[in-house]
Design a protein around this ligand. Sequence first.
Ligand code: ISL
Ligand code: CA
Length: 603
Amino acid sequence: MRVESYSSTTDSVKRVSFDIVTDMQTLTSTLTPGADTTNRWWRDAPIYHIYPRSFRDTNADGIGDLPGIIEMLPYLADLGIGAIWMGPVFRSPQVDNGYDISDYRDIDPIFGTLEDMDRLIATAHDLGIRVLLDMVFNHSSNRHRWFEESVRDPAGPYGDYYIWRDAPGDADALPNDWRSFFTGPAWTWSPERGQYYLHLFAPEQPDLNWDNPVVREELAEIANFWLQRGVDGFRMDVINFIAKVEGLPSVGPGAAAQPATYIDHGRMVAYLQEFRRRLHRQEEIVLVGETPHISYEWARTLTAAETGALNMVLLFDHLEIDHGPGGRWHPTQWTSKDLARVLAAQQSALSGSSWPSLYMGNHDQPRIVSRYGDDRQFRYASATALATLFYLQRGTPIIYQGDEIGMANYPLQDASQIVDIESGNAYRSLVETEGVAPHDALRRVARNARDNSRTPMQWDETPNETWWYPLNPDHTTWNVAAQSSTAGGPSVLLFYRRIIALRAEHSALREGAFEMVADTSPCIAFRRIGPAETIIVVVNLSPGESPMPPEVGGIVAGTDDVRILLTNMNNTLSRAGDAIDPALAPWEARVLLQSRKNSTTIR
Ligand code: ISL
Ligand code: CA
């Protein structure tokens, strides 16, 4: 498929064109033999997502650092983790906690040095843990030398690195009506250059011009710089936004909520294929794209092995079922049926040669146990039920730091405790523009604020006043040390270890097909069908006892070789033939194993 486009400066329009490779023959001839077929470690390796600033601080400056990550690698190895993804640790003014990079080839001194990174990679590899970096390539910092040069010298080598537009005739008008995801217009005026530049996020995060071939080459070289240092792949920030529709047309109100209307997905895929083909070691690395608001069709195209672009994407619709029609800051009720519907749709969209990522939260989302679980009455049970539901589907689990010990939302009491740029802007906009009463605005933002998941990792009960953001007061009871045994009660951490081990022990959980069995309220059930065995997962997402859904009850009643592999209620295993309680306890998650003899009869 031939794609044509124009690079973005108004004074020197350059035509660029390239192909999206859709034909398998052509593609495999451009990739190293074996690419995407033989070395798929990333399908089996659970990924642990580290938010470096809040993980482990070794020099008491209140900010987590690379030596802290190195120190805790054995903890992750014990958990059964196969790879870590670290949030951005590159040089940055930290306007958006590192998602505004001013030097892609150096480590920010708040996190450590390049030598620390080399040591981190080597130590991780010794422990069998691969290392993914978070690459922010849709935009850079406005303090990056490229942007400073672009402002200073429009005709110079960096003049076309960003997306510049003249002011329209009307003095107050903007080049178009696009909105920043962080509220406000997506355009900021540069008095020095006398033009507007585009930023889909903060004004300090100008969008890079991917239509400029030099920019694309530059970004691939940066990736290669890190691949040569030994990293095993990248998480690529908002990577579906890199190609904007030609001519940057206005799209009408609601554009910020509907970025699909101004994204040229065909060009996006072509750019990412080109990017991948430029990378060293491309057959052994993993590329995970963060892709908010993407359609299932494009997610499938991006991840299909035949496309040769990304290996996985991070979808968001399962984390939007509690957003009202007004979006994230207008929360609404959800049911387990809504969740089941989305999970089934994602699984079916990414079946075949695509591969899903399985995640319940990250540094942009509230904590899962507070959100879809019950962090008061059923914290252990709901945290483990959700882990069972998410991580035993087909795909690669991506565990966000702290979820493995059931960390909960921060009890925000006051607007002054909102530190995050997106949440702070949202609060101000609710109060100042939408006229929402401050206490109501705080309630809404508190529920979904990104600050919730950015509080420091709770290693033990020790108070620590130095952290950049206060520890959640509940760290006195919910911490790694306390959960390293069951002395204090059931442990989320030990259950996570079991779940991860279970994936390693049963190929049906890694490679088996996925099939939704019951998408009822309050129970969700699915099965994973492998060549030797079928595994049925049934989860009660409610605080009340519930019978197993009839579909599962039927399977259990009709055979005598189903047994319980794991439940979060007690850690004992049953034997084939043992009676299985037809009722699920509140927030019970059960994993049932059916051996091959009968697995065909239940299909
Ligand atoms: O949910 C969101 C939209 O309202 C956002 O938090 C969304 O996930 C996000 O804006 C895209 O995330 C990534 O890019 C941002 C950065 O602030 C996030 O931390 C990062 O994960 C801009 O680089
Ligand atoms: Ca530190």
